[in-house]
Design a protein around this ligand. Structure first.
Ligand SMILES: [Zn+2]
Length: 255
């Protein structure tokens, strides 16, 4: 790899010895990557000090070709520390949820420019201090977009088996195990499917294609938002093959 400079978001950090840190970043050009930050805690450290979660920075690291040793930080220039997000518990919890999604659903050592830009856009949307009714749509847009860009998007506009499109004004059956909508003709006895309205299914599809920064003025009816949150959580749990650690962003909205 040699010397590389790219944008990065900090996903995790652990102390290493008395003066150093190991940090995991989502980088735009190399996906997830762990870097050793030697001496960052020393007084007058010249590498930008210790890393905080979700710091957006321009990162330069060095790694020897054909070496298995962890890449070493050369320089780190913080672009945004997200002070408003850090000062608000609800926003910070959404940030932690974003970290969980990125740590689980992004690859190591591959360029991920679109997922990276979506993550930065989500943080910018939160940092702008949106009204509380916009938080649900922002979370759903981030979650749906990360799944979509990672190739894990559920099929919500047609039957996942026969590809027939549902008619308007109908309740659909969504089967997480089969990856989306299953029509009556294609269901096989008992399954784990749940009811989902065409409106909620279409809403999830559209949000997965929307820039979170455009959602500041959006408010969904509470009942619709809650059904979208429940559906997206079940679909996400299926992809992750485990419960979410960070459940807070999926908390239901009170009408
Ligand atoms: Zn079908």
């Amino acid at each position: 790899m040699g010397r590389v400079t790219t944008e990065a978001l900090a996903l995790r950090r652990t102390p290493f010895g008395e003066t150093s840190q190991i940090a995991e970043f989502l980088t735009r050009s190399h996906g997830r990557l762990s870097v050793i930050l030697k001496g960052v805690h020393r007084p007058r450290a010249r590498k930008g000090g210790g890393v905080d979660l979700l710091d957006h920075s321009m990162l330069t690291w060095f790694s020897r070709r054909n070496s298995r040793a962890m890449p070493q930080l050369v320089e780190r220039r913080v672009l945004s520390h997200h002070p408003k997000l850090r000062a608000n518990v609800e926003l910070l919890q959404i940030g932690e949820f974003l970290v969980e999604l990125l740590r689980t659903l992004t690859p190591e050592d591959q360029p991920v420019p679109r997922v990276f830009d979506l993550a930065v856009a989500t943080l910018q949307a939160l940092e702008a201090g949106p009204p509380s009714q916009a938080l649900g749509p922002i979370v759903l847009a981030a979650q749906g977009g990360i799944l979509r860009l990672g190739g894990f998007e559920p099929v919500l506009d047609r039957c996942v088996v026969c590809e027939r499109r549902p008619e308007a004004h109908r309740m659909l059956r969504c089967d997480p195990g089969r990856g989306g909508i299953v029509c009556a003709g294609c269901r096989e006895g008992r399954d784990d499917s749940f009811l989902l309205s065409t409106t909620a299914a279409e809403g999830l599809r559209r949000l997965a294609r929307t820039d979170p920064r455009e959602l500041e003025g959006v408010a969904l009816p509470a009942e619709l938002e809650n059904s979208m949150r429940r559906a997206s959580e079940r679909l996400l749990v299926q992809v992750l093959e485990r419960q979410l650690r960070c459940r807070v962003p999926l908390r239901e909205r009170v009408a």
